[in-house]
Design a binder for this molecule. Structure first.
Ligand SMILES: O=P(O)(O)OC[C@H]1O[C@@H](O)[C@H](O)[C@@H](O)[C@@H]1O
Length: 502
């Protein structure tokens, strides 16, 4: 199929739609997807942000020039789906925190019901040549539910968060059922090559797939896989950071700092962001390099997130205790070492804060990509840029690892040493690193991300064949649901492919 063949509409589906009434479109990702939607006469489909006693009807409207379709989700299932399964089970699992995974069958069942509901509502709107692009872990089974309704459209999936290794995934009850549902997509996109390899490894071991140059063969299904690293709109962010207002704010901030070095961290309040270990690394800097005392300030901007999930509540309490401990231990009447804000700041304000900060400290214990790292770099003054310190466990490290200072977030000494090195890095070295980082970010922008993904989705992966689908057998113990063509429970290992209707 030619890449330029006439295409149908693009339908993006995500739990939250990226554009809301009354607020301008913000963030490179939302902007990139919106421009793809506008160019492809598309529709953004997702949750309305409200729950109701009954599942709602789809509301169609135009917001910021984009066609948006939303629905209220049923209250009875919503918490189990969102806080229970998506954020209490899949999120920690995908961020390698098996210890925090809370699996409950009723959560998983609600997650499946919500996916089935979204599929039914979406199916009513579909035209035969629409291409569907599903986003993130909330909606892994969506293609399977759509296929069950007879949908033969091209459907792609993009996972914004990390893919865990086989050993961790295998600990998830009913993992084959969940992961097998990925085989109903035509294209599965991941953030990094490492994620892609982990997916392949899982699919070979558990789903009977074989790996090809551009994806996987699973019986008669050919699934294209690829690493599509999410980027930012570099010029948009440079524009924020160099607006007269931002420059004025940065100058005001520099005056307040009075010659002290500002280190900045900006993250949702989430255990995956490594905030406790980051604070411990900062504390280590003050202990190990006493000259840093009174000369460095750490500003951590941390809007509250998913406060209904227990692990997030516990984490917040621990972080607050550590922040006060550090300030109590090292602070003086005229110097607060760590300023910790639970506020969501607009992109423009963040850009000014980034520019006034000599060091960007981005140390998640695991992250799909991390766009803060990219925004921090884009906001810098190219003639006197700051230094990015980046966790080697952020997806962004695959692209930025040569020019950022990479650290192991589990090692406070490594973080402290990188902070000290960044403090004293020569102007020449900072300029060179910044230049190379900017060049890489321009090559792999948000726009490049959506274009390359859609090219893969429109490419030569076969659309779902009419009639029967077959896949190779899954190993013993597999309960069937999830993989096309595997409806026999507990099929023995080695059983060959079997045909079923899609
Ligand atoms: O939607 P939430 O739970 O507030 O989390 C914010 C975002 O967090 C991201 O990291 C997820 O990949 C998104 O899917 C999610 O929307």
């Amino acid at each position: 199929m030619s890449k330029t063949a006439a295409k149908g509409r693009l339908i993006c589906v995500s739990n939250r739609v990226g554009t809301v009434r009354g607020a301008p479109l913000a963030g490179g990702l939302a902007v990139a997807l919106s421009s793809a939607l506008i160019a492809n006469r598309g529709l953004w489909f997702g949750w309305s942000g409200k729950t109701a006693s009954e599942a709602g009807a789809v509301v169609l409207e135009e917001i910021n020039g984009i066609n948006v379709a939303t629905l209220d989700l049923p209250t009875a299932d919503f918490d189990h789906y969102y806080a229970g399964y998506a954020n209490g089970c899949l999120w920690p699992l995908c961020h390698f925190r098996l210890d925090l995974v809370q699996f409950a069958r009723e959560h998983y069942d609600a997650y499946r019901r919500i996916n089935a509901l979204i599929a039914r509502r979406l199916a009513d709107l579909l035209k035969p040549d629409d291409r569907i692009w599903v986003h993130d872990y909330h909606l892994i089974p969506l293609a399977e539910e759509l296929r069950a309704l007879g949908c033969r459209n091209r459907i792609g999936f993009f996972l914004h968060i990390p893919t865990p290794p086989h050993e961790l995934l295998a600990a998830l009850p009913r993992h084959r059922e969940l992961m097998g549902s990925l085989l109903h997509y035509d294209v599965v996109g991941l953030q990094t090559e490492a994620d892609r390899h982990r997916l392949h490894d899982y699919a070979v071991r558990e789903l009977g797939c074989s790996v090809t140059d551009d994806g996987m063969n699973c019986g008669t299904r050919r699934i294209r896989t690829g690493a599509f690293p999410v980027g930012i709109d570099v010029d948009e962010f440079v524009g924020y950071a160099t607006s007269p207002r931002a420059l004025q704010e940065s100058r005001r901030m520099s005056k307040l700092l009075d010659g002290r070095t500002q280190v900045i961290g900006v993250d949702r309040l989430d255990y995956s962001k490594g905030l406790l270990r980051r604070a411990a690394g900062f504390e280590r800097l003050l202990e190990k390099y006493p000259r840093a005392q009174r000369n460095v300030e750490f500003l951590q901007v941390t809007p509250i997130s998913r406060g209904e999930v227990r692990a997030y509540q516990d984490f917040r309490t621990e972080l607050e205790a550590l922040a006060s401990h550090i300030n109590g231990r090292f602070g003086t009447f005229d110097w607060t070492p760590l300023r910790y804000l639970n506020k969501a700041l607009p992109q423009r304000t963040l850009a000014a804060l980034y520019r006034a900060s000599r060091i960007g400290l981005v140390t998640p214990i695991r992250d799909g990509m991390n766009l803060v790292a990219k925004e921090y770099v884009a906001a810098q003054d190219p003639e006197d840029p700051g230094v990015l310190i980046l966790s080697s466990f952020a997806g962004a490290a695959e692209q930025m690892g040569d020019d950022a200072l990479l650290v192991n977030p589990y090692d406070p000494d490594d973080v402290a040493d990188a902070l000290e090195r960044a403090r004293w890095m020569s102007l020449e070295e900072r300029i060179e690193r910044h230049r190379d980082l900017m060049a890489g970010m321009r090559r792999q922008s948000a726009d490049h991300w959506q274009r390359s993904y859609l090219e893969a989705l429109d490419g030569d992966a076969p659309a779902v064949p009419a009639g029967h689908i077959t896949v190779a057998a899954a190993p013993a113990g597999f309960t069937g649901k999830g993989v096309p063509g595997t409806s026999t429970p507990n099929r023995p290992a080695g059983h060959r492919a079997q045909a079923v209707s899609p």
